[in-house]
Design a protein around this ligand. Structure first.
Ligand SMILES: [Zn+2]
Length: 345
């Protein structure tokens, strides 16, 4: 296995004074990754697999929003109006394409390793701030895990795209979402870990969110006229089904509970407030966002062990294949994960 990055080396953690180096300050402020869950853990219950992949599908299209939307390529449309709480909606027609991934025997899975090599910020078409930043040691770890899960999926007959070519690549969240959309991915999974959180924090986030009093609520980001609601029910349901399967597989592989949870971006500027990862909001494909509590003892900088990375990779591989079955799950693929991750050190 070729190595996509330089060998790991001891890292110095240097305090950065506030007001200096905006990119660094941003990185520090966000070092907790994206992992402030809200609400309690939800039980991981029996779930069904995503719809079986079908033959090539048409691109997702945009359904009418409250203000009406031209059909055509996926877009985020604003419905800024005189309403008291204007909301844009990311919307597709209720789609039979959710969960389909192209050719029957080779479904597409997109793997999204968290973070970018440099701090980047732009605006989505709807005016939401699209922010990404480096975060080590997480960025190295999740790129390795993602690369080895990708290798495993490919050896089991899947077509796999990574949203980053290299660990140090900088790719906006908008572009990451587009990669999955263009590929008509059956499933996309974001891979993160969080060194500010201990091992009891293991989370999986879907585009459906959690139920409150038996009901689902809006999944959204942004404030004022930029407030954007995820309004793709069939995609959200497919994401929820996949999230449950991935949570179960990760629980088994990691030997500890991995729970469905919901994010809370309130009070974390420059991140937009809301409860859904931006990449999940912007896409038209089922997307599951994973976090792994990675703190070791009192250290927030100790790297994951190969065994920990392997367990994470195993759960992601098993969960993705359960969510998008293609009838070919090789034990050899699982055995190779540890070798793959060890080789990347
Ligand atoms: Zn992260």
């Amino acid at each position: 296995m070729s190595r996509a990055r330089s060998p790991r080396r001891p890292r110095l953690i240097v305090p950065v004074p506030l007001g200096l180096a905006p990119g660094l300050a941003l990185g520090l402020a966000l070092a907790g990754c994206g992992s402030v869950p809200s609400a309690g853990p939800a039980p991981v219950s029996t779930a069904t697999a995503l719809p079986a992949p079908t033959t090539a599908t048409a691109p997702p299209t945009v359904a009418a929003t409250p203000s009406g939307t031209p059909s055509g390529k996926p877009s985020v449309t604003s419905s800024a109006s005189a309403s008291a709480r204007p909301s844009a909606r990311v919307s597709t027609r209720p789609s039979s394409t959710a969960g389909s991934g192209g050719a029957t025997s080779h479904p597409v899975i997109v793997i999204d390793p968290g973070h970018s090599g440099r701090s980047i910020r732009s605006r989505t078409v709807n005016g939401l701030l699209d922010v990404d930043y480096p975060n080590q040691p997480e960025m190295r770890e999740v790129f390795d895990v993602s690369s080895c899960v990708a290798a495993g999926l490919r050896s089991d007959g899947y077509r796999v795209l990574l949203t980053k070519a290299h660990e140090s690549s900088s790719v906006s969240l908008t572009e990451r979402a587009r990669i999955a959309d263009r590929a008509h991915a059956a499933l996309a999974i974001s891979v993160h870990d969080d060194h500010s959180q201990g091992p009891t924090f293991q989370a999986v986030y879907s585009q459906l969110g959690l139920t409150v009093d038996g009901r689902h609520h809006a999944m959204w980001r942004g404030r004022g006229s930029h407030r954007t609601v995820f309004d793709q029910p069939s995609v959200a349901r497919a994401s929820d089904r996949a999230a449950r399967l991935i949570a179960r597989a990760r629980s088994r592989a990691e030997g500890r509970p991995v729970r469905l949870a919901e994010e809370n971006f309130a009070g974390r500027p420059p991140l937009e407030p809301g409860n859904l990862a931006l990449v999940q909001l912007l896409t038209h494909r089922p997307w599951v966002y994973n976090e792994l509590g990675a703190r070791a003892g009192g250290s927030t900088t100790s790297e994951l062990t190969v065994a920990q990375e392997t367990a994470y990779a195993q759960g992601l591989l098993d969960g993705a294949e359960a969510a998008v079955p293609n009838g070919d799950r090789s034990p050899a693929t699982r055995a190779s994960l540890g070798r793959c991750l060890a080789a990347r050190r």
